[in-house]
Design a binder for this molecule. Structure first.
Ligand SMILES: Cc1ncc(COP(=O)(O)O)c(C=O)c1O
Length: 473
């Protein structure tokens, strides 16, 4: 059977590793099939082929990740500690999550949305109590949760705020990334996400018209938001914000910024909607990243880690006065609130709490920069491309200290998305052992140092051509 290309590709920053991986049979086939039969969901240089469990032994009872046969260890090492786009916070094959998945799959996986199922209410109670919101609406992917938040905010603004029908605005910030659906990319300022997919949704985005000029609301610049709300506050239903911008290059806003955003939203009767799909669920050392600023958003979006990496679940948490603006039957998805997803997500939350993964993220993240890795690795990664204004603007490593960089740990994941490869984001499962973490960071550091010795940097060529070069060399 030909190897199946997975979406879990990762990237080595070292050319020699790349060539080794390409010669290892499986890798070549996977890269070939990925490129001829599908499209990358992100623009990555697939130098390492990470086949997930294929050919890998699972270490039973160990929740960290996958153990690979020795022959593949060399090039898989950097890929292993990753959390599949911040999804596997609880590790690969966490036994409790796997057990729940299997157990629930043998009982009931899906019921018509016309009926209640026995698992959803338990999960709804658990998650609303955990985050102190009155209600939850479940979706599947993160982008659907964002779309749901936009719909909720619009409806709320017409019903409660008195925005004239059809005039509601949902604002976001420059450099945002909230997913790939059409409504969501309509907010984007990134030509790679947005370009060529128009026409776009009206009434969303990060631009305002100010004295005949179009201005973009910069992330982290409170005056921009202040001005935008002074100009348009009456029609603004919600502000959609990420407590840390990931794809824009791990941009941590100035301290106290979110608290000011909260104040301004309250002043203008605008819903503050926090996209915690990436930063939530322990990744930054708190259950929600916005807890660092001690604020309570009106809408909280969760996804990714909530699924345990085994079954997509996303959640929109709000109080009833917002939720009840949508009546039964006005919004939903075939799979929302299904018993399988609910059971898995419930166990994920138990694992996060029982294994104290917030504290773990805090501790591991705090120690890393002191060991001259983490953010230092990021800095070295920038060296081949220093000089670009755009990149320098986004390179905020000096702000990523202590709890902030924690386990948003500058990463090897999606390096090409994070500002043209100048920033490396390393987002390991939070169950990773200290030893594995140190080992992984050292390997990454070595790979990055090797870049200086390479004439051609893998991934610098146009992505399609790059793959071909790797395969044919
Ligand atoms: C902050 C944020 N929001 C939303 C999304 C979209 O999630 P999904 O890919 O599950 O639709 C992502 C995905 O990377 C994300 O990082």
């Amino acid at each position: 059977m030909p190897p199946v290309a997975t979406s879990q590709q990762s990237v080595s920053s070292n050319g020699s590793h790349a060539h080794k991986s390409a010669r290892m049979g499986n890798g070549v086939d996977s890269v070939h099939s990925s490129h001829s039969e599908s499209r990358w969901s992100t623009s990555m240089a697939p130098i390492i082929v990470f086949d997930s469990t294929k050919g890998a032994k699972i270490q039973k009872g160990k929740s960290t990740s996958i153990c690979c046969p020795p022959t593949r260890e060399l090039f898989l090492l950097p890929a292993l500690p990753l959390a599949s786009s911040r999804v596997r916070t609880t590790g690969h094959f966490h036994p409790r999550i796997a057990e729940t998945l299997v157990e629930q799959a043998q009982k009931l996986t899906l019921s018509s949305r016309a009926f209640y199922n026995s698992v959803f209410p338990k999960f709804a109670r658990q998650i609303t109590e955990m985050f102190s919101y009155e209600s939850v609406l479940l979706m599947n992917t993160g982008a659907e949760a964002v779309e749901t938040a936009v719909k909720l905010a619009r409806k709320w603004s017409y019903m409660k705020k008195g925005v004239p029908e059809g005039k509601a605005v949902v604002m976001s910030f420059e450099g945002n990334f909230h997913g790939r659906t059409l409504g969501v990319i309509s907010m984007s300022t990134d030509p790679d996400s947005r370009g060529g997919f128009g026409p776009y949704l009206d009434g969303v985005g990060s631009t305002v018209h100010d004295n005949g000029e179009t201005q973009t609301i910069r992330y982290g610049v409170i005056e921009d938001l202040e001005r935008a709300l002074d100009l348009n506050g009456k029609h603004v239903a919600a502000f959609l914000v990420k407590p840390i911008q990931g794809e824009a290059g791990i941009v941590v806003p100035p301290s106290g910024y979110l608290a000011r955003v909260r104040e301004l939203c309250t002043k203008h009767n605008v819903l503050l909607s926090c996209d915690e799909i990436q930063t939530g669920l322990c990744r930054t050392g708190k259950m929600l990243c916005c807890e660092h600023d001690q604020i309570r958003p009106d809408i909280v979006l969760l996804g990714k880690a909530l699924s345990g990496g085994v079954y997509p679940v996303s959640a929109v948490l709000v109080d009833r006065d917002i939720m009840y603006c949508i009546r039964p039957g006005e919004h939903g998805s075939t799979y929302d609130g299904n018993p399988l997803g609910c059971a898995v997500a419930m166990t994920v939350i138990h694992v996060l709490v029982d294994e104290k993964l917030s504290e773990r993220a805090e501790t591991l993240g705090r120690d890393l920069p002191q060991r001259n890795c983490g953010i230092e690795v990021t800095a070295r990664a920038t060296s081949p491309r220093q000089g670009s204004t755009e990149c320098n603007r986004h390179r905020r490593s000096e702000q990523c200290q202590g709890k902030d960089c924690v386990a948003v740990l500058p990463a090897l994941e999606e390096p090409r998305r994070a500002c043209e490869a100048d920033i490396v984001r390393f987002a390991p499962p939070l169950v990773i052992s200290e030893e594995d973490l140190r080992k992984a960071v050292n390997v990454i550091a070595e790979c990055l140092n090797d870049l200086d010795r390479l004439d051609d940097i893998p991934g610098e060529v146009e992505s399609e051509k790059g793959h071909k070069d790797v395969l044919t060399n």
